[in-house]
Design a binder for this molecule. Structure first.
Ligand SMILES: [Fe+2]
Ligand SMILES: [Fe+2]
Length: 232
C-alpha cells in the first residue's frame, strides 16, 4: 500500500501556531498586572469541563494526544508497535507537564504580591518552554516517523476514515476553535485541498461554518486564492 494521506501535519500546524502565540504572550506578560495575568492563567486551564473557552490551549494539546491514542495509535501499533509505545510514553510526559503548568497557572490567581507573582511568572515561562520544546519534538517525530508508516500500511480511504472518527468525537465548539488556529496555519495548497474535500462531502451549513472561519482568520490574500481555486 502507498497512501498519500497525512493525518498529523495539518493539525500539528495549528498546534504549533497555538504554541507560538502562547509562548509570545507568556514571555511578554506583565505579571504585576493582575488582569492580564488572570486572562493568561485562564487560557492555561487543562480541563475542558472547567475551562471558560473551548479554545483553551492546554485543553487542546491534551485533547489532541487523546484523539491520537483513541483512534490512530491502536491501528498504527499493529504496524509499528515500538514507535507507538514511545509516542504514548511521550504523551504521558506531556500530560505531566501540562498538569503542572495548569496547577501553577491556577495558583497565580491567589498570589497578591506583584513581586511574588512576577517570580511565579518566570517559573511559569520556564515550565511552558519545557512543554513546548517537548511537544515540538514529539510532533516532528509523528510527522517524520509515523506518517510514512501509516502511508505504507493504510490506504487513503482507511486514513480518511480515521480522520472522520476523530472529527466525529469533537464537540462543535472545540472543533471550530481548533480550526480557527489550523486554517490560518496552512498554506494555499493545503487549504485548497481541505476545503475542496469538505465541499464534496459535508452538509452546506458545515461548509459555510468552515468558510466563515477561513474568512475571519486566514490572511486575506491567501484566502482569496483558496476561494477562487475551490469555487466558493
Ligand atoms: Fe502525539
Ligand atoms: Fe500529534
Amino acid at each position: 500500500m502507498s497512501g498519500t494521506e497525512d493525518l498529523f501535519t495539518p493539525v500539528h500546524k495549528g498546534i504549533r501556531a497555538m504554541i507560538y502565540d502562547l509562548s509570545a504572550r507568556l514571555q511578554t506578560n506583565d505579571f504585576t498586572d493582575r488582569d492580564s495575568t488572570q486572562a493568561l492563567a485562564q487560557d492555561l486551564e487543562i480541563d475542558f469541563a472547567i475551562a471558560r473557552s473551548a479554545g483553551c490551549f492546554l485543553c487542546a494539546f491534551a485533547a489532541h494526544a487523546h484523539d491520537e491514542e483513541r483512534v490512530v495509535f491502536p491501528r498504527s501499533a499493529e504496524a509499528a508497535n515500538a514507535l507507538v509505545t514511545e509516542l504514548i510514553r511521550d504523551h504521558q510526559g506531556l500530560t505531566r507537564r501540562e498538569l503542572e503548568i495548569g496547577q501553577h497557572a491556577r495558583a497565580l490567581g491567589s498570589i497578591s504580591s506583584p513581586g511574588e507573582r512576577t517570580a511565579a511568572g518566570i517559573r511559569l515561562n520556564q515550565l511552558a518552554n519545557e512543554l513546548f520544546a517537548a511537544y515540538l519534538v514529539h510532533m516532528n517525530r509523528e510527522e517524520t516517523e509515523l506518517v510514512p508508516v501509516m502511508r505504507e500500511h493504510f490506504t487513503d480511504a482507511e486514513q480518511a476514515q480515521m480522520r472522520g472518527a476523530i472529527i466525529a468525537g469533537f464537540q462543535p465548539d472545540r472543533l471550530f476553535a481548533l480550526l480557527g488556529w489550523m486554517l490560518p496555519a496552512l498554506n494555499v495548497s493545503e487549504l485548497t485541498e481541505l476545503l475542496a474535500s469538505v465541499k464534496g462531502a459535508a452538509p452546506p451549513p458545515f461548509m459555510k461554518a468552515i468558510s466563515d472561519i477561513g474568512a475571519a482568520h486566514v490572511d486575506a490574500e491567501r484566502w482569496a486564492v483558496v476561494k477562487q481555486r475551490v469555487g466558493i
